[in-house]
Ligand binder design. Structure first.
Ligand SMILES: [Fe+2]
Ligand SMILES: [Fe+2]
Length: 193
């Protein structure tokens, strides 16, 4: 359980700074700030969003072996896409690590970190916020300059749908396989609206 969020944020900033490159650390902080803003916009706790941004990529630079052995501990099956590119399991690995090594038991935080790469049907609003923040933080070259202005009044679901469609377009442009979760997530959201 997180007793003192500010203390926890400071602690995890140090952990992340030590384990990932400077560029990735900077991305994590930008994701954290974006997530905090979005949490406030959608009436969630801003500092919890910030925390999720700080930690979401903490396992991104681990070896494939480390990632696979951590991800196995969550007892979900490993998809073919993940088997081919174990790095895609860095969210799962981070969720396992946060729970096992840092005593985090807030289900929404663990869910947000676990699914930040692909999303998943039925994820909580905090997880949607982290999904969007990771893809649309201001340091990403692919974010259109007027993106945040244009989408200022979007519902959280509309924002996620936009990002998912953009992501699917981008993945097909660069010829990468999509995780089945990403498409399922989009169908789920579109159906719901
Ligand atoms: Fe990531
Ligand atoms: Fe990220």
């Amino acid at each position: 359980m997180i007793r003192d969020m500010e203390e926890e944020i400071e602690k995890m900033k140090k952990v992340v700074q030590k384990t990932v490159s400077q560029a990735r650390y900077a991305h994590s902080l930008r994701t954290a700030r974006t997530a905090e803003e979005l949490c406030i916009r959608y009436e969630l706790d801003g500092r919890t969003g910030y925390y999720c941004g700080v930690v979401h990529d903490m396992c991104k630079e681990m070896s494939d072996r480390q990632l696979i052995s951590l991800a196995r501990l969550d007892s979900d099956p490993v998809s073919d896409v993940e088997k081919g590119r174990p790095n895609l399991m860095h969210g799962r690995a981070a969720a396992v690590m946060l729970e096992r090594d840092y005593g985090i038991d807030e289900p929404e935080i663990l869910e947000a970190v676990k699914y930040h790469t692909f999303g998943k049907p039925g994820i909580c609003d905090l997880a949607k916020v982290l999904y969007v923040s990771d893809k649309m933080e201001p340091g990403r070259q692919t974010v259109p300059a007027d993106f945040w202005k244009t989408h200022e009044n979007d519902s959280l679901n509309d924002l996620v749908i936009w990002v998912l469609e953009d992501n699917i377009r981008y993945m097909s442009e660069i010829g990468n396989d999509l995780s089945p979760w990403t498409e399922e997530f989009l169908f789920y959201l579109v159906k719901k609206d």
